[in-house]
Design a binder for this molecule. Structure first.
Ligand SMILES: [Cu+2]
Length: 157
């Protein structure tokens, strides 16, 4: 028995196992994301749909939406790009986002998830706009213990 050959066979078998696992996980991932992770979403429109200034005046917030801008009824992803008054990216903010329909006094059943990205960019998953009409995204912004708010009006088609 050639032991070197035996070792090689074993190594090939291990590699084949890993390839099998990799293939299996690739196949599985095709079925996963109804809501892909924020980090996987790159395609927002070049121009923001709207830009607002926070209540205190400290932050400028630009909103983009995907897959449609303006968003259609259903679940969207929002991209917030936040800068300070001098135009520098606002990194390290704590951001929460609540969809709200002011005229009807209700929000949505789903909770949004906010993922901080590079350069003052915050991607908001699971923005569930359950009806057509006028909504607003209510933002709570917290930085170094200072609280602030902003509101982004959205007309949902
Ligand atoms: Cu409503």
């Amino acid at each position: 028995m050639n032991s070197a050959l035996g070792t090689r066979r074993c190594r090939v078998a291990i590699q084949a196992t890993w390839v099998g696992i990799a293939l299996a996980s690739c196949t599985m991932s095709e079925h996963l994301p109804a809501h892909p992770p924020a980090s996987a979403i790159g395609d927002f429109p070049k121009d923001p749909m709207i830009s607002v200034v926070s209540v205190s005046g400290a932050w400028h917030v630009a909103l983009r939406t995907a897959p449609d801008q303006p968003p259609t009824q259903g679940t969207s992803t929002a991209d917030l790009r936040i800068t300070d008054v001098a135009g520098y990216p606002a990194t390290g903010l704590s951001v929460t986002v609540t969809p709200w329909m002011p005229a009807m006094g209700h929000g949505s059943d789903q909770q949004t998830g906010v993922t901080p990205m590079e350069l003052g960019r915050y991607v908001v998953d699971n923005v569930d706009l359950t009806m057509a009409g006028d909504w607003s995204l209510k933002l709570a912004l917290s930085h170094s213990g200072t609280q602030d708010e902003a509101e982004l009006p959205i007309h949902v088609l």
